[in-house]
Design a protein around this ligand. Structure first.
Ligand code: AMP
Length: 585
């Protein structure tokens, strides 16, 4: 049996958060505000704080991005260069008539232009909404339409594969800017060439004097029902990104930092773009997909000091075997953190045994905008626990009493919903145009996270599960409704119910149950056709991996598909309360 805790590691560099209790007592957001200089005149803009602040100072020539191309090509971009490029991008967007508040969607692989587009758009006060490059046309269209996208910055190949056909359905989209392969110019009807627009634009730019409360980012996330929800985040969220970069990721100015998350999701934006730049550190950006050997080589050759990754990736490294990492040295590595799904205790230990450092789990979600709970560098780790709340964050375990009231549970080891006291700067300010759904997340000043957890006697928090039906696959949140809707568009499908089926590698895989319309019979060929149909519409990130046919799907008497029951039957678990089940299902 392994011990239940790992003593805090010896640090090569003093960890920022030495004394958790004291730091929490003394913590003050005004201090964080002072550390992050505002724009002249007191305005606050993420891109100014992340870039221009350094570009005009001692860190101007420090490398902001070290990009590793898929085919071995590399590019380094300094803070000064990135500031100039983003100025050009900002001016180009202004020339097109875009202004503060306009929605700019960005759909690209991990390439330097993605960072230029996001930060350039923030400079004019536009609202940036990142899209995952593995989304298919349908999730892209849904999000651009819900977000009233006015401009889309994407690559020529993604545009041709995923957007061109649905373009007529994107009614608000006035401009499409295309990034060519290897900076080559592209000419596609109905689009403009990103590089040409930037080359024509000035390198000087007056950053939009946004306030901390102005909307900066729109991150779409999924619920159990209905359309995706656009979580609204403001420029002031950067205070949280900076603070957590310091305390939860232990970033120091000369660090080389590698966040493996894709900027198409909230972690890749908050901690792949914003937090490291607020700290003026060098970020590694790897364009390629996961490959165990490549990843170990990057950690070694790029001399990564701080590595922020995810449980699925760690499990895939574990699967590649313990011999492979023995060929590499990780002597620069100082701190490893993980987020997005439960991190198995064995994975924490594996880090300790194989990489020489334990892995620090931390917890947050799209709505919280930044890390809320973490195993800190200077704290013992309890493998399997998410850690303790950050300074400035108050977390509670609550129970819903009959009659709708909430009870805060003080005793340790009692499961309940994880709730957070509102008021941290990166808290989402609403779901775009969905006030009711937003209001439902709160009880007084408590934000209800939708996660079940418990606290132990020492104050460490332990993840128990989700309180709803959303699916977490390889760290990506997937709404079953979006998948069900796409399946229902197939002429053979009468109805569908989608669940997350536990999977040892990616946490959960998407599994769909479908019933067929009269005149269609279950067959292997139809199954493949449906898998293909879903993949084409939804993209690899969202589409189901498994499909099963059922004569009828279990429904409540009010007509709702009982995903809970589909899951219980799939896993051979007790079926629970069936009093609302429609007869015959
Ligand atoms: P997202 O909004 O896509 O970032 O997903 C957030 C959800 O991922 C949380 O509500 C949790 O269900 C899950 N999650 C994130 N971090 C952790 C973690 N460290 N342990 C367990 N679940 C996590």
């Amino acid at each position: 049996m392994r011990p239940t805790r790992i003593a805090k590691p010896k640090q090569h560099v003093a960890a920022w958060l030495g004394d958790w209790n004291r730091a929490r007592q003394e913590f003050d957001w005004d201090q964080v505000r002072r550390e992050l200089a505002a724009l002249p005149g007191g305005a606050f803009n993420i891109a100014y704080a992340a870039l221009d602040r350094h570009a005009g100072g001692a860190r101007a020539d420090h490398v902001a991005l070290r990009w590793l191309g898929r085919f071995g090509n590399e590019r380094t971009v300094s803070y000064a260069e990135l500031a100039r490029q983003t100025n050009r991008c900002a001016n180009a967007l202004r020339e097109l008539g875009l202004a503060k508040g306009d929605r700019v969607f960005v759909l690209a692989a991990r390439i330097p232009e993605l960072y230029i587009a996001v930060l350039g758009a923030l400079k004019i006060g536009a609202v940036v909404s990142p899209l995952f490059s593995a989304f298919g046309p349908e999730p892209i269209a849904t999000r651009v339409n819900l977000g009233l996208g006015k401009a889309l910055i994407t690559t020529a190949s993604l545009y041709q594969r995923k957007v061109e056909k649905i373009r007529p359905t994107l009614a608000t989209l006035a401009h499409v800017l295309l990034i060519g392969e290897d900076s080559r110019t592209v000419s596609v009807p109905g689009t403009q060439d990103f590089a040409t627009l930037l080359a024509r634009a000035s390198e000087q730019c007056a950053v939009e004097p946004t306030s901390t409360e102005d909307m900066a980012l729109l991150h779409f996330t999924s619920g159990t029902t209905g359309t995706p929800k656009g979580a609204i985040h403001v420029h002031g969220a950067a205070l949280m990104h900076y603070m957590t970069g310091k305390y939860a990721l232990d970033l120091h100015a000369d660090d080389i930092f590698w966040c493996t998350a894709d900027p198409g999701w909230v972690t890749g934006t908050s901690y792949g773009i914003i937090a490291p730049m607020l700290h003026g550190v060098t970020s590694i950006v790897d364009e390629a997909e996961f490959d165990a050997e490549r990843w170990y080589r990057i950690l070694q050759d790029q001399r990564v000091n701080v590595w922020y990754t995810a449980p699925t990736a760690i499990r895939m490294l574990m699967k590649a075997g313990d011999e492979l990492p023995k060929r590499y040295r990780f002597d620069a590595l100082r701190f490893i953190a993980s987020v997005g799904e439960p991190l198995n205790p064995e994975a924490v230990w594996w880090g300790n045994d194989v990489l020489g450092l334990p892995i620090h789990d931390n917890w947050w979600q799209t709505e919280t905008g930044g890390i809320m709970i973490a195993n800190y560098p200077a704290m013992d780790i309890k493998p399997g626990s998410m850690g303790k709340p950050l300074p400035g964050v108050e977390a509670f375990i609550v129970k819903h009493k009959n009659g709708g009231e909430l009870e805060i549970i003080d005793q340790p080891e009692v499961e309940g919903e994880l709730a957070l006291r509102s008021g941290w700067p990166s808290m989402f300010r609403g779901y775009l145009n969905q006030e009711e759904r937003y209001k439902k997340c709160f009880a007084g000043d408590l934000y209800l996270t939708g996660d079940l957890a418990k606290r132990d006697a020492e104050g460490y928090l332990w993840f128990v599960g989700r309180a709803d039906d959303v699916i977490k696959s390889a760290g990506h949140l997937i709404g079953p409704f979006e998948v069900e809707s796409a399946l229902m568009e197939h002429p053979a499908v009468a109805e569908s119910g989608v669940i997350g089926k536990p999977d040892p590698m990616v946490g959960e895989v998407v599994k769909a149950f479908v019933s067929l319309k009269p005149g269609h019979e279950p067959s292997e060929a139809l199954k493949l056709e449906l898998l293909g149909h879903a993949r084409k519409r939804l993209g690899a990130a969202v589409a189901p991996k498994e499909i099963a046919f059922l004569a009828v799907l279990p429904r409540t008497r009010s007509g709702k598909i009982m995903r809970r029951l589909l899951k219980a039957r799939e896993l051979g678990l007790p079926e629970g309360d069936l009093s609302t089940l429609e007869a015959g299902a």
